[in-house]
Design a protein around this ligand. Structure first.
Ligand code: COA
Length: 254
């Protein structure tokens, strides 16, 4: 299925397992991740969710081929089910990105509570380069976390940035040697799993209260634009160029 879901000692680990495609996420994988978070939320014995890839690669983001062939349509589509489940998860979510974390690989971290990155992590939000626009409420949350100019630089230029910069920006709690990041994140998740779940839930709920409806509303606004842009010729040119291993040419667009 390319997503491993396993629950052990109160920690539900949802892990990317498609290394040959840099863990690019298909609709089936989003569906499995959404279901994994849903089960973790419903199961009283599960205290924490851990998102991980390998120590070499988190995820190259949306599978571009799958995205073009099956563009997400509406709130029921797997990608939106996943994003809504993650954003609304009442239990602590810990992530351990190592290697590439492209697009949603970076923006999903904005919905996690604790993020421990490998020193090899390469984050990027290249939506403009792909003829698209931000998703996962990143147009709201990245400026809130990193400040306007820093968020604008990342979202408009889309250039990759490393683990230390991500920590300075507030996107990452701590940077560790890549081989240790997932183990450290798991140890932090184990500490959370030993705490009273109601206290964790209430703390998270109160921290999120001020954002209220803002996150789902921003996701919905982004989703409408994203869906339209995904079908536009700019995105087609960007995606085709990626698979043809050439630079995209946007010179004819206004
Ligand atoms: N969708 C579909 N396939 C992808 C992919 C994606 N997002 N990212 C990587 N792959 C595939 C490549 O096509 C390649 O497949 P192949 O071996 O059949 O040719 C394989 O995964 C390995 O990728 P490659 O580009 O050779 O690895 P790399 O280490 O040189 O570069 C990345 C890694 C992530 C920097 C690069 O693959 C990339 O830029 N991917 C696209 C990221 C992206 O735009 N995501 C969408 C965000 S909305």
């Amino acid at each position: 299925m390319s997503i491993d879901v396993r629950t052990e000692a109160g920690i539900a680990t949802i892990a990317f397992a498609r290394p040959d495609k840099k863990n690019a996420i298909t609709a089936d994988m989003y569906a499995r991740m959404a279901d994994g978070i849903g089960s973790a939320t419903a199961d009283a014995a599960t205290r924490v969710v851990l998102l991980a890839g390998s120590d070499a690669c988190f995820t190259a983001g949306n599978d571009l081929q799958d995205f073009l062939a099956n563009p997400p349509a509406g709130d029921d589509s797997p990608v939106f089910r996943f994003l809504h489940a993650l954003a609304a998860c009442p239990k602590p979510v810990v992530a351990a990105p190592c290697g590439v974390a492209v697009g949603v690989g970076t923006t999903m971290l904005l919905h996690c509570d604790l993020v421990y990155a490998g020193d090899n992590a390469r984050f990027s939000v290249p939506f403009a380069q792909l003829g698209l626009c931000p998703e996962a409420a990143s147009s709201l949350l990245l400026p809130a976390i990193a400040g306007w100019q820093r968020a604008a630089e990342k979202l408009l230029l889309g250039e990759p940035f490393g683990a230390d910069e991500a920590r300075e920006m507030g996107l990452v709690n701590r940077v560790l040697p890549a081989a240790e990041a997932i183990g450290f994140a798991r140890a932090q998740a184990a500490k959370l799993a030993a705490l009273p779940p109601a206290s964790l839930r209430e703390t998270k709920r109160l921290m999120k209260r001020a954002l209220g409806e803002a996150i789902p509303a921003q996701m919905a606004a982004e989703g409408q634009v994203f869906g339209r842009m995904l079908r536009a010729p700019e995105a087609r040119e960007a995606f085709t160029a990626f698979f043809e291993k050439r630079r995209p040419d946007f010179s004819s667009f206004s």
